[in-house]
Design a protein around this ligand. Sequence first.
Ligand code: PLP
Length: 228
Amino acid sequence: MSHIQLNDNITNLLERVRRRSQKSQFGNSDILVLAVSKTRPAEDIEAAYACGLLDFGENYLQEALIKIQALQALPLVWHYIGPIQSNKTRAIAENFSWVHTVDRAKIARRLSEQRPEGLPPLQVCLQVNISGEASKSGVTLAELPALAAAVAELPKLQLRGLMCIPAPSKTDADQRAPFRTMRESLEELSQQLPGLDTLSMGMSADMDAAIDEGATIIRIGTAIFGPR
Ligand SMILES: *Cc1c(COP(=O)(O)O)cnc(C)c1O
C-alpha cells in the first residue's frame, strides 16, 4: 500500500472514531486505535508509525517476533491478540506490553511467572467467547468471574478488562447486542475488582457498534492497511 493511501486511511479512521465517540451515549473520549498488523511487512508498520500510530496488534508469534526485532528502534507498543499455546507464553511475556487473549488460568500463571523482572506488569484482557461459538477461544460469561479473580492475584500481570470477537452480523442492533453484554459484564466485574478500565472490542466491520457500546480499544486491520 502507498504511504499516501495509508496516511489517508489513518486520518479518516481517527476522524471517524472521534466523531462517533462524541455522539455516542457510552462513547469514550480517548479510544485507542490498535493497528492490527498481522501479515503486513515491517515497512507498513513503520509507515503507520510515521502517521502517528504507536500501538500494533499481532496474532502470530513467530511473525510478530521478527517485526518486533526489526522495529526495536521505534517506541512501539506491541499487543498480542492471537491464540496462546503454553509453549508460546515465555516469548509473549518477554516481548509484548499487552495480551488481549487470555482465557485460561494456567496460561495466565505462566505469563506472570515468565514476565521478566525489569519490565512493567503485562497488561491483560480476558477473552470472552461472547457469541458462544464452538470454534472460538474465550471463556463463557459464567466462567469469567473465577478467571478474573485468579488473574487479578498474579503479581506480574495487570488485569485491565475484557476482549471479544463476536460472530459477524450485519445490522447495527445485532452488532451492538454482544458489545452491550461486554460493557455490562465489565461493570459487574468492576464491583469486585477495582481498576478495570478496558473493553477491547470492534474491528473494521463493526467498530461503530463497539464505540457506541463503550469500547476503549478498537482493533483495526483492514480499514488501515487494506484487505489482507
Ligand atoms: C485480524 C484481527 C483484527 C482486525 O480485523 P480487521 O477486520 O482487518 O479490522 C482484530 N482483532 C483480531 C483478534 C484479529 O485477529
